[in-house]
Design a binder for this molecule. Structure first.
Ligand SMILES: Cc1cc2nc3c(=O)[nH]c(=O)nc-3n(C[C@H](O)[C@H](O)[C@H](O)COP(=O)(O)O)c2cc1C
Length: 189
């Protein structure tokens, strides 16, 4: 698949068929993640591949808890309609875990390390594009408390779960989400 086609055609998927995803396909997607750039090539990511129904249920419950909390804090009523049930039926969830000690020179700057988050974000995007190129739907999911998700997944406390990547065959039609024009988003100096 052409890269520009993949970039434009990839959409977030929130409904999945229960068909399992082959392990070698998952591995290919993880490998695409590892080819992301990172500060000083620290490769700050680790992956936890979740297929267990029991763990997915715990992830779903954490998302629901987070939704309730966010609804209360933000007053965003649309959140009430947001259903995270796909977390229970999606065949594979990959947790992307970042290590704050694996950052760049920003580690010594005010505000603390951020590079590990950027490196992991680049890895996530590579994975979403790879999934699309392999005919799978995917979703970048962040509706959870990092420490709580770390406990659910048995992650060491010094590392952080930064994203969950859902992977599976899409069920239903893809929702088209528009973009603002590049002209509106660009300044030339
Ligand atoms: C950092 C980040 C966090 C996101 N978290 C969530 C999430 O928790 N739940 C969700 O349904 N979508 C989440 N998304 C997906 C966005 O909603 C989606 O990318 C956006 O609406 C654009 O739609 P598209 O991906 O189909 O182009 C997240 C995306 C990013 C980049």
């Amino acid at each position: 698949m052409d890269l520009f086609e993949a970039v434009k055609e990839r959409r977030s998927c929130r409904a999945y068929s229960p068909d399992p995803v082959d392990e070698d396909v998952v591995l290919k997607i993880l490998e695409a993640g590892t080819w992301a750039p990172s500060p000083l090539n620290t490769q700050p990511w680790e992956f936890v591949v979740v297929t267990s129904a029991e763990v997915k249920e715990k992830i779903f419950r954490e998302a629901e808890r987070c939704k309730g909390w966010a609804l209360e804090k933000s007053g965003w009523n649309w959140l009430e309609k947001y259903k995270a049930d796909f977390l229970k039926s999606v065949p594979v969830i990959v947790a992307v875990v970042g290590d704050p000690r694996k950052s760049g020179v920003d580690s010594f700057m005010e505000g603390g390390p951020r590079g590990y988050e950027h490196g992991c974000a680049a890895a996530v995007q590579n994975m979403l594009l790879a999934a699309h190129a392999l005919g799978l739907g995917s979703l970048w999911f962040t509706f959870f408390d990092r420490a709580n998700m770390g406990e659910i997944l048995g992650v060491e406390p010094e590392k952080q779960v930064l994203a969950l990547v859902c992977l599976g065959k899409p069920a239903g039609d893809q929702v088209d989400i528009p973009r603002k024009s590049v002209q509106k988003k660009t300044r030339y100096l």
